[in-house]
Write a protein that binds this ligand. Structure first.
Ligand SMILES: NC(=O)c1ccc[n+]([C@@H]2O[C@H](COP(=O)([O-])OP(=O)(O)OC[C@H]3O[C@@H](n4cnc5c(N)ncnc54)[C@H](OP(=O)(O)O)[C@@H]3O)[C@@H](O)[C@H]2O)c1
Length: 384
């Protein structure tokens, strides 16, 4: 039986994780739940799963939960609450599904404490990749990627001699603007950018999918997770989102990983690894007629993908700078303070303006994150 601490339980990954838990009552149980502002949903989840440890964004909401719940869990709030859940002594597995670099410290601490950490929070790998490896090595933690492309690569690369691998390819749906001309993309509205064609996700990652920044973050994530150079991680646009990743070998052949575009598949992969059990998603229906198409990404219409490669090649704190600028720009776009095309401009300006420093410690990485947030916020304010 695996005992879970689920960080970000009220989000898209969090609720899918609880669906997987429900499908495996004999294998999975919930010890801790942590969320941000959605106290009503967190209350419903607590009543259903009765975790011993619960954290919410504010003290006020923790008091509200204390008076509304029908039982008495340990209640926490804020960043310390996230850590209390991540490090709960009865939890052997942590699902890191908070959005943004707010998830960095809890992911790092859980790895250092020797937990299995199923990381959906790609920002923590982009910002502090080397630190996560070091924490896992020091504490005996196990890092498994929830992102569908990286869970696919984890399976494709298992027991492979790295010397046989020429490149990996992660697929991108292309987002809602895949076939839009540049001028139309530049003027895209929030509603248009939130209208993702194949995946139903939280708002931040949905905007990142429209700019292809999400794919850029995933390129950095793949490099961090599998020790690959920038030139070894490629992106192929595949609008049907059925092939999630491919590995190309020196003999010119490829292996592909295929499953339905439902995050419950990679979530279950990480939770039950190395077991493969029937779960909440039906096996891939090969008898249905289908068309799969593949094309190259267009970096002129989607410059955020190119920025991610630049940051990966620059190394050090460059990925943290790009990620922080992007979090600020996306939040400003969602609030109606920036236009869609300004997201890439803010990211470009912040990456070009700040020095790239070594990223050897959490303090260095958080310092770069803070400096980039201040720069990007100033950039946004100058335009609003
Ligand atoms: N959705 C997907 O299909 C998908 C696929 C691959 C990877 N990912 C990655 O998974 C992560 C989560 O994505 P999502 O789509 O699930 O996002 P989401 O729906 O926006 O959910 C985010 C979760 O994080 C919580 N949260 C946010 N800030 C917090 C804080 N400071 N302290 C505690 N909890 C906080 C939110 O709580 P409240 O809602 O209660 O405020 C919510 O539970 C992201 O890093 C994303 O890139 C997502």
């Amino acid at each position: 039986m695996r005992s879970l601490a689920l960080l970000g339980s009220t989000g898209s990954i969090g609720t899918s994780t609880l669906d997987v838990v429900k499908a495996h009552p004999e294998r999975l149980s919930v010890v801790a739940l942590a969320a941000g502002r959605n106290r009503e949903l967190l209350k419903t989840q607590c009543e259903a799963f009765r975790p011993r440890c619960v954290s919410v964004g504010t003290r006020e909401d923790a008091d509200w939960l204390r008076s509304s719940l029908s039982y008495r869990p340990d209640l926490h709030w804020g960043a310390e609450g996230l850590l209390a859940c991540a490090l709960h002594p009865d939890a052997d597995t942590v699902v890191a599904a908070v959005v943004g670099s707010a998830g960095l410290a809890s992911t790092e601490s859980a790895l250092r404490a020797g937990r299995r950490v199923c990381v959906a929070n790609k920002e923590s790998l982009v910002v502090g990749g080397a630190l996560m490896h070091e924490a896992a090595l020091a504490g005996g933690g196990e890092l498994l990627p929830v992102d569908s492309e990286h869970a696919a690569l984890h399976q494709l690369l298992a027991d492979r001699d790295p010397a046989t691998v020429r490149e990996v390819r992660i697929t991108a749906s292309g987002g809602p603007f895949r076939d839009w001309p540049l001028a139309r993309i530049q003027a895209a509205t929030v509603a248009q950018a939130l209208n993702h064609p194949t995946w139903k996700m939280g708002p931040k990652i949905t905007i990142d999918s429209a700019t292809l920044m999400n794919k850029g973050l995933e390129v950095i994530e793949a490099s961090v997770l599998f020790g690959l150079r920038a030139g070894q991680v490629a992106v192929t646009v595949h609008p049907q989102s059925q092939v999630h990743a491919m590995v190309g070998f020196h003999d010119g052949s490829y292996q592909l990983q295929v499953c339905a575009n439902d995050m419950k598949v990679p979530i279950q992969y990480c939770l039950l690894y190395p077991e493969k059990q029937p779960g909440p998603v039906a096996p891939y229906a090969w008898d249905e007629a289908r068309t799969w198409t593949f094309e190259a990404p267009d970096l002129d219409r989607f410059p955020c993908l190119g920025l991610a490669y630049e940051a990966l090649r620059a190394g050090g704190t460059a990925p943290a700078i790009l990620n922080a600028a992007n979090e600020v720009a996306v939040a400003a776009f969602l609030q109606g303070r920036l236009r869609f095309w300004d997201i890439q401009a803010c990211n470009r300006d912040t990456l070009d303006s700040l020095p790239v420093l070594p990223a050897g410690s959490l303090a260095e990485v958080l310092g770069a994150d803070g400096a980039a947030r201040r720069h990007a916020e100033g950039w946004v304010q100058a335009r609003t």
